[in-house]
Design a protein around this ligand. Sequence first.
Ligand code: NAI
Ligand code: AKG
Length: 429
Amino acid sequence: MIATPTIPLEAATPAHICPFDQACSYLEAAGKELRLDQGVLEILSHPRKVVTVSIPVKLDNGEVRVLAGHRVQHSNILGPYKGGIRYHPAVTLREVSALAMLMTWKCALLGIPYGGAKGGIAIDPQQYSVGELERITRRYTSELIKDIGPSLDIPAPDMGTSAREMAWMMDTYSVNVGHAVPGVVTGKPLSVGGSLGREKATGRGTMIIVREALADQGRTLAGVRVVIQGFGNVGGAAAELLHQAGAKVIAVSTGTGGVYAADGLDIPALKAYAAENRHHLAGFPNATVITNAELLTLPCDVLIPAALENQITEDNVHQIQAQIIAEAANGPVTLEANRVLEAQGVTVLPDILANAGGVVVSYLEWVQGLSYLFWDEERVNREMEHLMVQAYRQVMQQSKVRQVPLRLAAYTLGVGRVAQALSDRGLYP
Ligand SMILES: NC(=O)C1=CN([C@@H]2O[C@H](COP(=O)(O)OP(=O)(O)OC[C@H]3O[C@@H](n4cnc5c(N)ncnc54)[C@H](O)[C@@H]3O)[C@@H](O)[C@H]2O)C=CC1
Ligand SMILES: O=C(O)CCC(=O)C(=O)O
C-alpha cells in the first residue's frame, strides 16, 4: 500500500472520487503488476514540488480579490516538467496533483522527454473580463517565475485556458528575464513561436486512437455513432475531425447541456452556432435538447468524455451503452466505474493515451522553437500521428502480453519507463 500522500484532502472532495487517490490507486496497480520496489512506488506517489501562490487582482469594479494559484511538479526524471494550466471553479490542489501525475505517465508512454506537472486557479473564466484574466495570468506567472522555464517547467493550455493565456505567460516570463523566451510555454499563438496543428492536436490524437481501435475490430470511422461530452478545445476538434472522417456525431454538450440528432449533427454549423450563443447549444435547428446526464447514457458506438473528471461513476456506469469509451478528458471515469466497464468488456481507451496528442504537439512545438525551424502542418500532424499510433500499438501489445486491460497496460508502460530511468539515474539505490 502506498503511503498517504502529503497533499491535504480538501473538504470539497469526497475521498472515493478524489482524483489524487484514484491516480495513486492506478500507480499502485501498475507497481504491483511490474513488481516494483515499494521505495520506488513511494517516491513516485509524491509530487516533487507543490507550489501555491496568492494572486491579488484588482477587478474592473475596483474590488481587490486574492486568488490561489497552484502548480504541482510531479516528476522531472525524464525531462522538464510539462503540463497544462486549468482555470475552472472546481480546481483543487489534489485535482492538480492528480493531473500532474497523469502527465508524467502520459509523457513517458508517448516516449517524449518530459516529466509531469499541472497548474490551476479555481476561477470560472466566464465571470472575468479579458483585462481581469490578463492581470490574473500575468501575476500568476510572475509568482511562478523561479519555478518555470524552457528547460525547467513548461506550461500549456488546459481547460479554461488557450493560446491567449500562453502568450501572456510567455510575455510576462520574457519581460522578467529580459529577453524573449518562447520555449517557456507551448500552445502559443503562431505569432510568438507556436506550432501549426497544436490547437486541434488533442482532438486529432483522440480521433487517431479511436480510428485505430475500430480498425482492430475490423471497422472504420465511416458511419460510426459518436457522442461527445464537452465542445471546447478538445471536444470541439474531435467532433470536427470525426465528422470530416465520416463518423456520425449524434450528440455533443457543453457545461449548460447538449443537443442530439439521431442522423448526426452538422458539426461545422453547430460550432458556428455555439460561438454565436456563448456556448449554449439549445435551440440548434433539427436537434433535441438533452442534459449532460442523458448524453452519457445514449446508445452509441463511441463515447468521448472531453470535459471534466468523474463523469462516469458507479451511479451511471450501468446505463452506459457505448462499446468504446475514448477518454479525451483526464480522469472522466472513476476507479469503480472503470472496474465495471472492464468487467463488461467495454473498450476503455485511457486518458494517458487517448488525449496525448496535445502534449505530443506541444513537444513538437518546443523542438521547432529550440531548433529555430518551423514545419508545415502536414509534417506536424504526420509526426504526431506516428507517435500516437506507436504508443497505441505498444499499449495493445502490452495488454496482450500481460493479459491486462488497456489502462493497466498503458500505466505499466508509463510507470515502468519512469521507474527504469529512476534506477538508471541512480536516484534510487
Ligand atoms: N487542451 C488540451 O490540449 C488538453 C486538454 N485535455 C483535457 O481535456 C478536457 C477538456 O479540456 P479543453 O477542451 O481544453 O477545455 P475547454 O475549456 O476548451 O472546454 C471544456 C468544455 O467542457 C464543457 N464543460 C465544462 N463543464 C462541463 C460539465 N460539467 N459537463 C459537460 N461539459 C462541461 C465546457 O462547456 C467546454 O465545452 C480536460 O479534462 C483537459 O484536462 C487533455 C489533454 C490536452
Ligand atoms: O500540452 C501540454 O503540454 C499539456 C497538455 C495537458 O495538460 C494534458 O495533456 O493534460
